[in-house]
Design a protein around this ligand. Structure first.
Ligand code: BG6
Length: 464
């Protein structure tokens, strides 16, 4: 059955950082494509008029992508601002009035996670939630127990297919390409398993610090902010079995199976770090124990991945901003050439940002009389420009009622189950901003494995 297009878009947290950086630019892009012919209502606590709200939207878009006058005029004409406290019934009563005849609104909770349940109840009590869809930002809960509670609350008022748990990584073109590349090429399947793969590592490095998000970050930390969601989603795409087809049901089934096979982390699998200076940031407690860096080792207990370590590393204030996946392949079982070389033999590398490329690391012979070789790379580049921003893509899908790129509640819980044991009491080490995290990051590696540090200057694609 075709799902109806939403007839109003409401976003809570309209004066917040996420709205400023991502939502307004996505809304302008949707307006440009003629896909936002509906009222757009922003709700927040700031004491603004609708005109001030429009000016705020304009500033946001100017800073994040640039104003397209025609598209902005269309968006601006549809914008309405509603000032309110999320705890007050009057806020939802005002919203009910502002929604006028809208029958299938889309509500976006771009707010601090601790307010999700309050707003969900408010929407339900006031009738604003009737026939509506709801987008919930990550992190979805603080741990397994709160995620279960939140799922329970949401499911009391909304059917599962109307609950859209957003993880913007799933709306990224290079992440979709990872999935496509894996299952559209027959040469990968025979080597995509423990007999050939030595380890898989994912690095999500960010050179910047908090960019004004201290209060938000203090509530989450690196594991809740990006590991439980973005990183485990990428790992899931890399490790799931082949789905029966490309439909959402088959995909979600395989994703859930592999998430369920991930072994819950133990304290010894994780290194947590905090960059020096973090405690002096606005919104951060002077004795904060929140991690701004996490490195971890994971195992998947199924026949394909038996014994293969998966390493994930994510952090702020690192040397570069870059997200990369490396599939390190084993050395030949019977090497007749260069048996003792110390370099990497074969690997497959996906750089997901800032530029996009796939590299196959191989060895070739050095010219000369001896049979000696050197490391070389076979590279495929993609354009560094994503033609659709992830938030534009995902809000557009949500308006149409297409939930295939959103996360199912069971998957969110399965991912929490993996990280839950290490959310609180593992040791924290300081690191100097601009380095690859604390020394303890090396301790999560097994065998003689090493982290591969992305080096942007060496990237084979030209960046802007
Ligand atoms: C967000 C995190 O989900 O993802 C941020 O809250 C992080 O801390 C951001 O910086 C990274 O996303 P992107 O698309 O810029 O790589």
């Amino acid at each position: 059955m075709k799902t109806p297009y939403s007839d109003a878009f409401v976003f809570f947290g309209a004066s917040g950082n996420l709205a400023y950086e991502k939502i307004f630019p996505a809304l302008q892009a949707l307006a440009r494509r003629g896909r936002l012919e509906i009222p757009v209502i922003g709700v927040a606590r700031s004491d603004w008029t609708t005109d001030e709200f429009r000016a705020h939207a304009r500033n946001s878009i100017k800073e994040h992508g640039g104003v397209d006058e025609d598209a902005f005029a269309k968006l601006s004409a549809r914008l309405l601002y509603l000032r309110g406290d999320y705890k007050e019934d009057s806020t939802y009563e005002q919203l009910r009035e502002a929604l006028k005849d809208a029958k299938q609104p889309l509500h976006y909770l771009a707010i601090t996670p601790s307010m999700f349940e309050t707003v969900t109840h408010g929407l339900a009590r006031s009738g604003c939630g009737k026939n509506a869809r709801i987008i919930v930002e990550k992190p979805f809960g603080r741990d397994l127990a709160t995620a279960q509670e939140l799922n329970h609350t949401l499911r009391q008022y909304f059917p599962e297919d109307a609950i859209l748990r957003i993880d913007h990584y799933l709306g990224k073109e290079p992440v979709e390409n990872l999935l496509y590349f894996r299952f559209a090429n027959s040469f990968l399947e025979p080597i995509w398993r423990h007999d050939h793969v030595a380890n898989i590592q994912i690095t999500m490095a960010e050179k910047f610090g908090l960019r004004g998000r201290g209060a938000f970050y203090e509530e989450v930390g690196a594991i809740r902010d990006v590991v439980q969601n973005h990183m485990l989603q990428v790992l899931t795409l890399l490790t799931m079995e082949t789905p029966a087809d490309a439909g959402m049901v088959a995909m979600n089934h395989e994703k859930l199976m592999v998430l369920n096979a991930m072994r819950p982390l133990a304290a010894s699998d994780v290194a947590r770090g905090q960059f020096r200076g973090y405690r002096g940031e606005v919104g951060v407690s002077p004795d904060s124990h929140v991690e701004t860096f996490a490195a971890l080792r994971l195992f998947i207990d199924n026949p394909r991945w038996e014994g293969v370590p998966f390493y994930i590393r994510a952090g702020k204030a690192l040397p570069v901003t870059c997200t990369e996946v490396t599939i390190q392949l084993k050395r030949p079982t019977h090497p007749i050439f260069d048996a003792h070389h110390s370099g990497q033999a074969n690997y497959l590398r996906f750089r997901l940002s800032p530029d996009v490329f796939i590299t196959l690391g191989a060895r070739t012979k050095l010219p000369g009389e001896g049979m000696h070789g050197t490391a070389t790379q076979l590279i495929a580049c993609h354009s560094s420009q994503e033609n659709m921003m992830p938030y534009e893509r995902l809000i557009g899908d949500a308006l149409r009622g297409d939930n295939s790129l959103f996360t199912h509640g069971d998957m969110v819980e399965a991912a929490w189950r993996v990280v839950d044991p290490v959310l609180s009491d593992t040791a924290l080490q300081e690191y100097q901003a601009g380095t690859w995290g604390p020394p303890s990051a090396a301790q999560v590696l097994t065998n003689s494995d090493q982290w591969h540090d992305p080096v942007l200057e060496d990237g084979p694609c030209e960046t802007d």
